[in-house]
Write a new protein. Structure first.
Length: 436
């Protein structure tokens, strides 16, 4: 058997293997993955060889063959990867649709070549095997890569099964029965069905990308909600801590005054300097902002960073305290982290300005940074190792700003990072201020 004949008999198996590999290679692998993958491929090829020995071939047996081979592929996914049933069916559906799209597109191209004057050339027989890898590559670029960025391990079984059944009916029954009973129909009608089949495959792949993207957004929203909840708890804890610190500082000052000259003057000066920060009460007109600024002032003091603030806290009265803490807390934390990496101590300065301006609250934060800063999608890329679970601070800020109809913009230029937040003041709040 020559190479072309072998590919004609078992090419479907190799197309499935390549397609499944393209849509699953990034999943979490089981131990001894190469051996498992080799065994799965051998099992599929063995099933193809056994099936080729069966004498009966019609629409029903062709449909059954596809179901059997597809089941072997799904079993192979479980054997090779640590995945849930819904995740295995989801990726198997995408891989099957990609394989069928490549098969139909390459077949249509070969049919057109055979109908042309080039159809008599022996090279026309190689059009299909030459184009299948091309179309598989295109499905990987436009559909597999987007799925790789999304999370599919929490998909619901009902959603996956609905897409799976639709794909199986489209690929299996329609195609096999059409091939058997379409003998003698006009070429135009045959090509029209081929086009319809291609569109169905693209629809399934596009739908799966949309589902994967939606699942990723849902996961991010769940994490962001959890982050906001934790930050609210942190704000309440910080408020209690700051109140206690201020009381203790007041008591220590009184005790220090009674000790007189028994303590060296240098230690007294150092204590007074620390107490001036710990014991002072920040008053901006917003309790949540006051607690936040006190906490960040202490952090800046420990890192040798100067934090200057001009804030009209009352202009933030329409924001929930937890949202204020999340929005500005994350912004200042990012600024402290960046400024703390600057080697020049004199440049370690953070500027915070909050003011109302023509029906908007304007928040402007500036800080120096060291090295290169890359932005993606309007947000800075996290520099931490685990990118899946970091970077949500900036995302939560963006979510809070958009929740109030505002926007967030960034700029990094000349070693200075600038963050601007615009929040529209609700009409009811403006009206109440006008009344007073």
């Amino acid at each position: 058997m020559d190479l072309l004949s072998y590919f004609s008999a078992h090419g479907f198996v190799f197309e499935l293997l390549v397609s499944f590999a393209a849509f699953t290679w990034w999943l979490k692998k089981r131990p001894a993955f190469p051996l498992r993958a080799l065994a799965s491929g051998a099992a599929l090829l063995g099933a193809s060889m056994v099936w080729s020995l069966l004498p009966l071939e019609n629409a029903w047996t062709l449909s059954l063959r596809y179901v059997v081979f597809f089941a072997v592929c799904v079993a192979g996914l479980f054997f090779c990867y640590r995945i849930r049933p819904s995740q295995a069916l989801f990726h198997a559906t995408a891989a099957g649709a990609a394989q069928h799209f490549s098969f139909k597109a390459a077949s249509a191209a070969q049919d057109l070549v055979l109908l042309s004057p080039l159809g008599e050339s022996p090279l026309s027989l190689w059009v299909y095997p030459a184009l299948v890898p091309v179309f598989l590559g295109l499905t990987y670029i436009f559909f597999a890569r987007p799925l790789r960025r999304d999370r599919t391990d929490t998909l619901k079984n009902s959603t996956v099964m609905a897409m799976l059944v639709a794909m199986l009916v489209m690929v299996n029954l329609f195609q096999n029965f059409f091939d058997v009973y379409s003998q003698g129909i006009p070429v135009q009608l045959y090509l029209l069905f081929q086009l319809f089949d291609l569109m169905c495959c693209l629809f399934v792949l596009s739908l799966q990308c949309a589902v994967g993207r939606g699942e990723g957004l849902r996961r991010d929203n769940d994490i962001l909600k959890h982050v906001l909840h934790l930050q609210q708890e942190q704000m309440e804890s910080s408020k209690e801590t700051m109140d206690l610190i201020q009381v203790k500082c007041h008591d220590l000052k009184n005790q220090l005054a009674t000790l007189g000259s028994r303590i060296p003057q240098e230690e007294i000066d150092e204590f007074n300097r620390a107490a001036s920060i710990l014991g002072s009460a920040v008053k901006t007109g917003c309790e949540a902002l006051d607690v936040l600024l006190m906490e960040k002032l202490l952090l800046c003091e420990s890192k040798g960073i100067q934090l200057s603030c001009m804030a009209d806290g009352a202009s933030l009265s329409f924001l929930r305290p937890a949202h204020i803490y999340s929005l500005l807390g994350n912004a200042i934390d990012n600024a402290i982290e960046a400024a703390g990496k600057v080697p020049d101590g004199e440049r370690r300065c953070i500027s915070l300005n909050i003011r109302p301006d023509r029906g908007m609250v304007v928040v402007h934060i500036e800080n120096p940074y060291q090295g290169e800063l890359s932005l993606a999608g309007g947000l800075p890329q996290t520099t931490k190792a685990d990118r899946r679970y970091h970077g949500f601070g900036m995302k939560s800020m963006k979510m809070v700003a958009e929740r109030y109809g505002g926007c967030l913009s960034l700029r990094a230029e000349g070693g200075i990072f600038s963050l601007n937040i615009l929040l529209p003041i609700p009409a009811a709040v403006q009206a109440s201020k006008t009344t007073f």
